[in-house]
Write a protein that binds this ligand. Structure first.
Ligand code: FDP
Length: 350
């Protein structure tokens, strides 16, 4: 790890961390492209409705069956075009059914969600671009580059377009760093300190409207959080759900807590809603590198071999104490069994 010699401009940081490494150097080229496209996206999103109907539905669907918004498609074009100038073998995007081969000899492949949180475009809530850079697999087809566990990521993170536009980045062996766009010079500058996720903070984020669809351990955990100091967890919990993964992830980087998008019983939600290659894996890497934990409720997210390029996976991340607690709700019946025996612990509410 290079010595931290103080806040840096994004490009200078990339040069320092990448050095002469044969994979980090091309990754750095891709990251510069992401930063440039991020400036363009930030400007476009900042115009809001002055820029046209960016949140308007196009009537088409993405790979997941979500209705595509104009900004989803524009974002995809902006990023794919910028990668054409970079040493990228293939791009996988939420907006494209198949990976797109660019430079077959390129040493890296990139998976991305060009516009995450698109249901929030019109609401002026932070949205983002999530990216994951992987080394290519020799003599393999484009899909094989992406079907590697998240631990293989050379770099990953997200650009968040909010009151501040920032890049949250984990590169190489370095920790997670944040670079904020200075709109005066259109450059990203390193934040004075790296984010460090609090070991514990009783604040949870989950779409609680799905309570009745969740599996028993998740219902039990949220039930216990809601009971506060009078319940078995014996402390007050706070709840925050932005409904935009990058915004919820950024908050957790800043002050800890736990995020959950578990599998549930709704059709198509057996493994939750979030896609492994361009949502959970990159967020898991920045979370782990900032001293947090990330799992599928039980297994470390970064160790899970993706089942398919657009596979979904249950996702839990945040303060290690809370991520461990949700695993115990899954493994130890004392935590999750609401049978009368356990009712004696005062866990029965419904
Ligand atoms: P969106 O559909 O607005 O793009 O994966 C996409 C995502 O948002 C995440 O950003 C967010 O965490 C989640 O879906 C919200 O899901 P719910 O609508 O089920 O709450």
């Amino acid at each position: 790890m290079p010595q931290n010699t103080g806040p840096k401009e994004f490009g200078a940081y990339l040069d320092e961390v990448a050095g002469e490494d044969e994979l980090l150097r091309p990754a750095a080229v891709v990251l510069r492209a992401i930063a440039a496209a991020g400036v363009e996206m930030s400007r476009l999103i900042g115009l809001g409705r002055l820029g046209g109907q960016l949140g308007a539905s196009l009537g088409s669907m993405n790979t997941d069956g979500d209705v595509q918004k104009e900004l989803d498609v524009v974002a995809n074009e902006i990023f794919v075009n910028t990668f054409r100038q970079a040493p990228v073998a293939a791009v996988l995007s939420e907006e494209m059914k198949e990976p797109l081969t660019l430079d077959p000899k390129g040493p890296v492949a990139i998976a991305m969600d060009p516009l995450d949180g698109s249901s929030n475009i019109d609401t002026n809530v932070s949205i983002g671009t999530i990216f994951s850079i992987l080394p290519t697999v020799a003599d393999a087809n484009a899909e094989a580059h992406f079907l590697q566990p998240g631990r293989k990521q050379i770099a990953a993170g997200f650009v968040i377009y909010g009151p501040q536009t920032s890049i949250v980045l984990a590169l190489g062996d370095g920790g997670t760093q944040i670079f904020t766009l200075d709109r005066r010079d259109s450059q990203f500058h390193q934040a004075p300190s790296a984010p460090l996720i609090a070991k514990d903070n009783p604040e949870y984020a989950i779409n609680a409207s799905n309570f009745r669809h969740w599996e028993a351990p998740v219902r039990a955990f949220i039930d216990d959080c809601e009971q506060g100091a009078e319940g078995p967890l014996k402390r007050e919990y706070n709840m925050r759900w932005t409904g935009s993964l990058v915004a919820d992830a950024y908050r957790i980087l800043m002050r800890g807590g736990i995020f959950l998008y578990p599998g549930d019983e709704r059709a198509g939600y057996g493994s939750g809603r979030l896609r492994q290659l361009y949502e959970t894996n990159p967020v898991a890497l920045v979370v782990e590198r900032a001293a947090g934990s990330a799992t599928d409720c039980i297994r470390p997210m970064l160790d899970i071999v993706p089942a398919a390029i657009h596979a979904k996976v249950p996702f839990v991340f945040g303060s290690p104490v809370l991520v461990e607690l949700i695993a115990r709700y899954h493994s130890d019946p004392q935590f999750s069994d609401r049978a009368p025996l356990f009712g004696k612990r005062g866990l029965m509410r419904r």
